[in-house]
Design a protein around this ligand. Structure first.
Ligand code: RAM
Length: 885
């Protein structure tokens, strides 16, 4: 039953709230541990437990909760409205154990809910008795490209390592768990079946410091009798794909495996099976070469039928060698794995030169191609991937630089053969095929979209076709970077650069649950800190540079975790390292006037760099950018110190920040013209967004920024990698979402609309991708996107957090340009938030959903819309609307 309430907010407003008055109580659902659903192998002594409350009543609240963890902990009734990140408070958890847990809550009227359906988590392995095994073959470190073009100096690849082990199980199994670290990448099979649909496990890391192991529940796959385990080991980043060219990848060594299978029987006994020298190994399997930059080469004639099942004759194989451990600490992989998330069907196929075919997937993505064809034994099909075409219709591979991005398949000649590379991927849209037996059709190929399989949490649509298409391009482009660490997708580089994700993460977070992903990455960044406190501009592999702006992801993200996810754990964990870094930056880079010496890379590739007019470092003073960033770092540290009760630190960071602010304005701000040095959008935006502008000059500085956009640049942006992270939200914050809208809807260069008009399906690395020569010029390197997608959710739909983790929500859409409707939802830590407004004739209608256990301020657009304080529920507001409202 639905009842209509009418508010008398203003005589012109008809604001109505629909309240379901059904009496059903709150339901507790979506139980998560460490923000993962039923995680296997968690590695924390006190996991954080969260749940979502669903209810069809308005104003639903939690006033108390009770958690029960498998006999180990009954929290009893705890008077609290906390429903995310409740710290486990029971007896010490045992390693390698599965726990079941459940929760119930008491609502605003003090009524208890039913117990939730139980969820589970399992703890990681502590006692490793397994040995690292592999095959240390010095000769094979030479370049290998067995059937492709001859390898060039510096290209490195190896055939895959195939390992197997048979073992007997005589009793009834109650639970079997495999703990596996196979470096670089591994695939695990049990009795012929791959044990999961993960791709490219484990997550990347600096292997000398940390090695992630993956936990698999294999209870179902294990059988009584003889079982066969098999593992395929690829190079990943362990056996470096390049030593130089262009980056220095650390060389860790040959691929290696650590595996421990823990089996529990129904009679209460246990057994353990481990990797050791009794395993058999061969490199003479079908994967002849694999390398993320160059591709995978597969000779189906070398398949070994039956090798993954019990009874295979492996007498010609060699015993696995016990090899040195990689040297890092073993850490449980607590993020979602990479998976194939979509299968693409080609939209067309062309034949630019005799024997050469171009298969068009219709969309750029990161992943790989699947071949489905028949051919005589020995026929070799070569498939080279890239984004777009040369003018003559051939594939434009120049931007891949020296990455060959070529997969080679050799037919065994037995009916329909289906194959895809398993140990690599690349950013691409088109595939150039040569050597195909006969004439290929679109049915011979599929595209596999691969990325970290974070759960989707958002949807955005609006009345502007252009904005929808830009959102779609971002939606495709963003996951290309979610590959266990944020990683460039295409050329011979593919590095975890740290500058891009500081605000890209927020855009991603409105679309996917990336909390575990970035929490893990902050660990990687912390591990890359040097003794002197500096952090490289690119973490883990190419450990180059020690700037302020790029590593600032190490202050910005932990701080943002608190705001966005209500999660303090990242800041708590890394506080000391963050402090050390921020202090090192202000000391190392200090100039006599109190500002900072500029460090790499400034407002990288801004629009002034178009056509080579200025260098890639952009037009904004590097000193200005670095000083502004360090100021922001100090304010973040001041805030965190306050939160953590570290009063000395709080005072110290406040003092450094105050001095930086004074020095910044003395040096960079002209008090008469209110122009920041260089008169660039990036300079204004950083000063405004970070709170550097003296209060009495704010209006004048804003006017200069707006003039720069609207007059000097005719409604276009002029920023690069740094400016774009803050530009759009700054314009909203200063009350000019209309200016941001003008920028967002441009279709002339430089703009996102222009990129799409040139046929792109993702966002370019450079604003002048189309007129640049090859080199550092990717069609899908998202550095010019920053906070844009978040801006669609935050400003056009108006969904923002007003208290950490969206415990309090602000719904405040901006009706800009010719927009007539917006629909967005976002699954916040407390549940789904919906903002949906539309203008029809002279009426604006707004439907809003606020999840249980939160409150919200809803600001209805328009002169008479008003501001409404509400609890959870579904609300509809209508207000008169006139143009220019
Ligand atoms: C390029 C990439 C990367 C960027 C660096 C500075 O290699 O675009 O994302 O951060 O430059």
């Amino acid at each position: 039953m639905v009842k209509l309430f009418r508010f008398d907010i203003c005589s012109l407003v008809l604001a109505s709230v629909f309240v379901a008055t059904g009496l059903s109580a709150a339901i507790v659902t979506n139980l998560r541990c460490e923000n993962l659903i039923d995680p296997l192998g968690i590695d924390v002594p006190k996991p954080r437990l969260s749940w979502i409350i669903e209810s069809n009543r308005s104003n639903e609240k939690q006033t108390a909760y009770e958690i029960v963890v498998d006999g180990l902990w009954d929290s009893g009734r705890v008077e609290s409205d906390q429903s995310i990140d409740v710290l486990y408070g029971g007896k010490e958890l045992s390693p390698a154990t599965r726990y079941s847990w459940k929760v119930r809550i008491w609502d605003g009227e003090g009524k208890p809910s039913d117990w939730s359906k139980p969820a589970t988590f399992s703890t990681g392995l502590k006692e490793w008795s397994a040995k690292w095994i592999g095959y240390e073959d010095a000769a094979s470190t030479q370049p290998v490209a067995t059937v492709g073009a001859p390898a060039k100096a510096g290209e490195r690849s190896l055939p895959a390592r195939y390992l197997r082990k048979e073992f007997g199980i005589t009793k009834k199994v109650s639970r079997a768990t495999a703990y596996v670290c196979g470096l670089g990448f591994f695939n695990l099979f049990l009795n012929g079946e791959k044990v999961s649909n993960d791709m490219m496990d484990p997550v990347l890391s600096d292997f000398a410091k940390a090695d992630y192991y993956v936990t698999f529940d294999v209870t179902e796959q294990l059988k009584q009798g003889t079982n066969a385990l098999r593992v395929v080991l690829g190079n990943g980043r362990y056996f470096a794909p390049r030593i130089k060219l262009p980056s220095t990848d650390p060389e860790y060594g040959h691929p290696k495996l650590l595996l421990q299978l823990e089996v529990e029987f129904t009679d209460g006994t246990k057994t353990t099976l481990v990797s050791d020298e009794t395993w058999r190994l061969t490199t003479n399997g079908p994967i002849r070469a694999n390398n993320e930059y160059d591709g995978e080469e597969y000779d189906a004639r070398m398949e070994m039928p039956g090798w993954n099942a019990a009874g295979f004759d492996d007498s010609k194989w060699q015993p696995a060698q016990a090899v040195a451990a990689p040297g890092g600490v073993l850490v449980a992989q607590m993020i979602q794995p990479m998976r194939v998330t979509q299968v693409m069907h080609p939209v067309g196929i062309t034949n630019p030169t005799p024997g050469t075919y171009i298969v068009d997937m219709g969309q750029t993505f990161y992943g790989t191609v699947r071949l489905k064809a028949s051919g005589p034994a020995g026929t070799q099909v070569r498939m080279t991937s890239a984004y777009s075409l040369n003018p003559d219709g051939t594939l434009k591979t120049a931007d891949n630089r020296s990455a060959r991005s070529t997969d080679v398949y050799t037919f065994k000649g037995q009916g329909l053969e289906v194959w895809n590379p398993e140990l690599k991927g690349q950013g691409f849209r088109r595939v150039q095929v040569t050597g195909f037996p006969g004439t290929p059709t679109v049915d011979n190929f599929e595209g596999l979209v691969i990325h970290t399989d974070a759960e989707p949490v958002g949807e955005f649509q609006c009345s502007s076709d252009l904005i929808n298409r830009i959102h779609r391009a971002l939606w495709w482009g963003m996951p290309m970077f979610l590959r266990s660490v944020p990683l460039d997708p295409d050329r011979n580089e593919r590095m975890p650069w740290m500058g891009d994700p500081a605000k890209d993460a927020e855009s991603q977070a409105f679309n996917w649950n990336i909390e575990p992903f970035y929490a893990k990455w902050m660990d990687d960044v912390a591990r890359s800190q040097r003794r002197d406190g500096t952090i490289p501009d690119v973490s883990m592999y190419l450990k180059r540079g020690s700037g302020v702006e790029w590593p600032a992801v190490f202050t910005i993200l932990p701080d943002w975790f608190i705001d966005f996810y209500g999660d303090r754990s990242v800041a708590d964990k890394h506080y000391d390292a963050m402090k050390k870094w921020v202090l090192a930056m202000s000391q190392r880079n200090a100039l006599p006037d109190g500002t900072l010496k500029g460090t790499n890379y400034g407002d990288w590739c801004d629009t002034y760099t178009m056509d080579g007019k200025v260098s890639d470092y952009g037009a904004t003073s590097l000193d200005l950018v670095s000083t502004a960033y360090e100021y922001n770092n100090c304010r973040i540290m001041e805030r965190l110190a306050k939160l953590m009760g570290k009063t000395d630190d709080q005072a110290n960071f406040a003092e450094i920040a105050n001095k930086l602010k004074t020095a910044f304005n003395q040096r960079f701000l002209n008090p008469n013209t209110h122009v920041y040095l260089g008169d660039t959008q990036c300079g204004y935006v950083l000063a405004l967004q970070f709170g550097l502008v003296p209060d009495d000059q704010c209006d004048a500085v804003i006017a200069n920024l707006v003039k720069d956009i609207m007059v000097k640049h005719d409604g276009h942006l002029s920023v690069g990698l740094i400016g774009i992270q803050w530009l759009m939200q700054t314009l909203t914050n200063i009350g000019r979402p209309d200016v941001a809208w003008t920028i967002a809807t441009q279709t002339t260069r430089p703009s996102w609309g222009y990129m799409l008009s040139q046929g792109s399906t993702t966002i370019w690395e450079r604003w002048d991708y189309d007129t640049r020569g090859p080199g550092m010029n990717s069609e899908a390197l998202l550095i010019q996107a920053g906070n844009l997608d978040a801006w669609f959710y935050q400003t056009l739909a108006g969904i923002r957090q007003a208290a950490p983790g969206f415990k309090k929500i602000l719904i405040k859409p901006s009706v800009v340009g010719d927009l007539t409707w917006v629909y967005a939802h976002f699954d916040s830590p407390y549940g789904r938030i919906v903002s949906n407004w539309k203008i029809e004739g002279k009426i604006l209608t707004m439907d809003v959903t606020i999840p249980a256990n939160t409150t919200a301020t809803i600001v209805v657009p328009g002169k008479n819309g008003g501001s409404h304080e509400v609890g959870s529920g579904h609300y509809q507001f209508t207000a008169p609307w006139a143009n220019g409202n």
